[in-house]
Design a protein around this ligand. Structure first.
Ligand code: NAP
Length: 505
């Protein structure tokens, strides 16, 4: 049975960074695998006056690193067409619609259309409206809309944006990309949980002491200073990626691994996360901004010195928080989250910290007289993917010393290289109409409600934002947050650098 999917891709923002860096290479990978083959066409559209030939050259450049053969290049790029078009101009949609119909006929696409909005969200409403009024949406086949984050800047703006889109597209036609959800290991969270009874049976407040989620970046804001300064880590990372990971970890098992069942459970999990009062925000959330720092002799400028960042900016480049989930499964179990830029190492990982044994029966025989080290399940998401489990064993030799050992599995580099890139997976899911790895409006809405109060509390704060040295693991308050609960961050890459003299205490 052929796996080929038929569709016309209309990419708004076809000359932009996202299209070049992610979308064209992902389409090429799908083409190579035969997921799209003869019956597809792509219209790139933006204001620039490009010809088809010029557009095809840009596409060729964007797939260079995938080392395509001359035949592959010719076959793939022959499906690409460019149409110059200002999305605010109603007349120009007519020309776009004509080209779309013509390509539909040439490639026998049966009315299947995928509208990819690789543009700033302020254009989403007007594009959706025109897609309908100018009849670019078809009555045969499917019409699906893919949109990028950020989805609003708070609940109110997100709702307004959603209302505009929902006036044209039904919820099952809207695919909100969170590229984190396309990552292999994020999807594997469900495999680890629901495929292994030894974990799922312990996956609750009786056995789990706390959960820690870290999304650390070693880079600063790079050339995105202007955008980032208006957003900050809370909106850029917590509202979407981190809360999605929390939902996957905290949700109830779905009855079946289907889009609808998973979404229902994720939405329920997000609804169970406690929405704090302002006082509770002050107790449970902290933020910071990177100052100048040095790692292994390399110097980094402070956030405020980065291009595009406002002088004396109070934008947070780091957030840590403690979330509580008010349901039977998780009552009393803190979910500690942290994310930041210019931290010691790049890495996304989840630590599930199990409760210690009720007593340490070896307390007199071994050199550990207090509680035994906890068992920890770590899920590595990037840059390596895999998981590890730390267990306590007996050290070889006389006496009865307890020695924590780590069972470690990482996917090989070869497997990783061959695994589909996040955008490739997500585009394929959208072609197939599978929205499991996209965010539903109810998820977006609940996530905003959780972070809005944090933002509002911080916006009232008059004191300067706490800082942390670039290349450290965040401000002191992030460590204090766990210490006051008699806990500590399990992942601490900074300690190795400090021990070897590469990072100052
Ligand atoms: P970008 O490089 O600035 O591209 C914006 C695109 O919009 C350009 O193709 C531009 O082309 C077009 N455009 C602007 N005004 C237009 C108008 N009035 N009519 C028609 N076209 C217009 O932005 P980007 O980095 O690709 O990001 C696109 C979206 O994806 C944003 O919402 C961003 O937040 C999101 N996103 C991007 C990334 C990434 O890696 N880049 C990652 C996650 C999310 P012309 O100037 O030729 O009109």
């Amino acid at each position: 049975m052929s796996q080929e999917n038929k569709a016309l891709f209309i990419i708004f923002g076809g000359t932009g960074d996202l299209a070049k860096r992610k979308l064209y290479p992902s389409l090429f990978r799908l083409f190579r695998k035969g997921m799209i083959n003869k019956r597809f066409a792509v219209i790139g559209t933006a204001r620039r006056e490009w010809t088809n030939d010029y557009f095809r050259d840009v596409v060729i450049e964007s797939i260079e690193s995938l080392e395509p053969s001359a035949e592959e290049i010719a076959a793939f790029t022959s499906h690409f067409y460019y149409q110059s078009h200002n999305v605010n101009d109603t007349e120009e949609y007519k020309v776009l619609g004509e080209l779309a119909n013509q390509l539909d006929e040439t490639y026998k696409l049966e009315g299947n259309r995928l509208f990819y909005l690789a543009m700033a969200p302020r254009f989403f409403g007007t594009i959706s409206k025109h897609i309908k009024s100018e009849k670019i949406m078809t009555e045969t086949g499917f019409s699906r809309l893919i949109i990028e984050k950020p989805f609003g800047t708070d609940y109110e703006t997100a709702k307004q944006l959603n209302d505009e889109i929902a006036a044209v597209f039904n919820e099952d036609q809207i695919f909100r990309i969170d590229h984190y959800l396309g990552k292999e290991m994020i999807q594997n969270i469900s495999a680890v949980r629901f495929g292994n009874n030894i974990f799922e049976s312990l996956w609750n407040h009786q056995y789990i002491d706390n959960v820690q989620i870290t999304l650390a970046e070693d880079l600063g804001v790079e050339e995105r200073g202007g955008y980032y300064d208006q957003s900050g880590a809370l909106k850029d990372m917590v509202q979407n990626h981190i809360l999605q990971v929390v939902a996957l970890l905290a949700m109830e098992p779905p009855t079946i691994f289907s889009e609808e069942a998973i979404r229902t459970e994720k939405i329920n999990a997000l609804k169970s996360i406690r929405v704090y009062t302002e006082d509770e925000v002050n107790q449970n959330f902290v933020r910071g901004q990177y100052a100048h720092g040095k790692l292994s002799g390399k110097e980094f400028v402070s956030y405020q010195e980065e291009p595009g960042v406002e002088e004396n900016s109070q934008t947070e480049t780091f957030v840590a928080g403690k979330l509580m989930i008010d349901n039977f499964r998780w009552a009393g179990v803190p979910f500690y989250i942290r994310t930041g830029k210019r931290l010691t190492e790049k890495g996304t990982r989840i630590n599930i910290v199990f409760k210690s044994t009720p007593i340490n029966v070896f307390r007199e025989a071994s050199d550990i007289t207090t509680n035994l080290p906890e068992n920890i399940l770590t899920i590595y998401i990037q840059p390596t993917e895999g998981f590890s489990l730390s267990l306590n064993g007996k050290e070889i030799g006389d006496g009865f010393n307890i020695d924590p050992v780590k069972l470690d599995y990482r996917h090989s580099q070869e497997n990783l290289d061959n695994s589909p890139e996040a955008y490739e997976k997500l585009i394929l899911d959208c072609l197939k109409g599978d929205a499991t790895n996209f965010t539903h409006w109810d998820e977006v809405a609940n996530s905003w409600k959780i972070v809005d109060v944090v933002r509002q509390t911080w916006d009232k704060e008059e004191a300067d934002i706490p800082t942390y040295s670039a290349a450290s693991m965040g401000p002191k308050c992030a460590f204090d947050l766990l210490e006051k609960d008699n806990r500590h961050w399990i992942w601490h890459p900074d300690e190795w650098y400090k021990m070897h003299g590469f990072l100052k205490e």
